[in-house]
Design a protein around this ligand. Structure first.
Ligand code: CDP
Ligand code: CDP
Length: 213
C-alpha cells in the first residue's frame, strides 16, 4: 500500500503535541513540521523590527523573508509566544503561511504536522488525526520546566496566565480556531508521562490507519 500517510496533530500549548508528532514521524518514517514555528518566526521578525502586533498590515509584512532557525531560543520566549498568538489571528497572515504547510503535507509518502488547524484546515482529509490536550495547570508546569531547562526565566503564575490567554484567543478567533477536528481522536496527556503519551499516540494512529484501509 503506497498511499501517503498524513498525520494531523493539533492541541493547545504544551499539551505534548510536538513530542508526539516527532515520535509518530520517527515511527512511520515520515517528515515532520512544527507549524507553530512558522507563526513564531513571523512573531520574532515583527518583534525584532519593533513592529506592532495589533496591526495586521505590519504582521503581514513580517511574513516575508521568514527564515526559521528552530534552535533560536528567542523563538520560545514569552514575548514571542504572545506575539505569535496575536498575529496568528489575522486571516492574511494565515493565508501567507498556508501554501508551505499544504506543500509539506502533500509530499508523496505523507508527513506529520502539528499545530492548531492541521486537521481542520491544512489537511482535513488526513487519515490520522489526533487532538492532544492536558489540563492548563499541567501544561503550565511542563512549559516552566522546559523554559528553565533552556536557561530562560519562567514563573508558574505568569506562564499559567499566558496559557489561559492563548487558549482563549486561539479558540475564539474567527479564522481557523483551535478545535477538535471532525474525525480526530482525543488524547488527554494530563496523567501520562512522555513515553506513555507516545505509546498511546502510536496505538491511536495505527487504529485510524487500519480503519482507513
Ligand atoms: O508550543 P505551543 O503550543 O506553546 O505554541 P506553538 O505551537 O509554537 O504556537 C504558537 C502560536 O502560534 C499559538 O499560540 C497559536 O496562536 C499559533 N499557531 C496557530 O495559530 N496555528 C498553528 N497551526 C500553529 C500555531
Ligand atoms: O508541542 P507542545 O507545545 O504541545 O508540547 P511539547 O513541546 O511536546 O511538550 C512540552 C513539554 O512537556 C516538553 O518538555 C515535553 O517533554 C513535556 N511533556 C511531558 O512532560 N509529558 C507529556 N506527556 C508530554 C510532554
Amino acid at each position: 500500500d503506497n498511499r501517503p500517510i498524513v498525520i494531523a496533530v493539533d492541541g493547545p500549548a504544551a499539551s505534548g503535541k510536538g513530542t508526539i508528532a516527532r515520535a509518530l514521524a520517527a515511527h512511520f518514517g515520515l517528515p515532520h513540521m512544527d507549524t507553530g514555528l512558522l507563526y513564531r518566526a513571523v512573531a520574532l521578525n515583527l518583534w525584532r523590527w519593533g513592529g506592532d502586533p495589533s496591526s495586521e498590515f505590519e504582521a503581514l509584512r513580517a511574513c516575508s523573508a521568514v527564515g526559521v532557525d528552530p534552535d533560536d531560543p528567542e523563538l520560545r520566549s514569552e514575548a514571542v509566544s504572545k506575539y505569535a498568538s496575536a498575529i496568528s489571528a489575522y486571516p492574511s497572515v494565515r493565508a501567507a503561511l498556508l501554501e508551505r504547510q499544504q506543500e509539506f503535507a502533500g509530499q508523496p509518502k505523507g508527513a506529520v504536522l502539528d499545530g492548531r488547524d492541521i486537521g481542520t484546515v491544512i489537511a482535513p482529509d488526513a487519515p490520522v488525526k489526533l487532538f492532544v490536550t492536558a489540563s492548563a495547570e499541567v501544561r503550565a508546569q511542563r512549559r516552566v520546566r522546559e523554559l528553565l531547562a533552556r536557561g530562560m526565566p519562567a514563573h508558574l503564575e505568569d506562564v499559567l496566565l499566558d496559557i489561559h490567554a492563548r487558549d482563549d484567543r486561539d479558540s475564539s478567533r474567527k479564522t481557523a480556531p483551535l478545535r477538535q477536528a471532525d474525525g480526530a481522536l482525543l488524547l488527554d496527556t494530563t496523567d501520562l508521562d512522555v513515553d506513555q503519551s507516545i505509546a498511546k499516540a502510536i496505538n491511536l494512529a495505527e487504529e485510524q490507519l487500519a480503519r482507513a484501509e
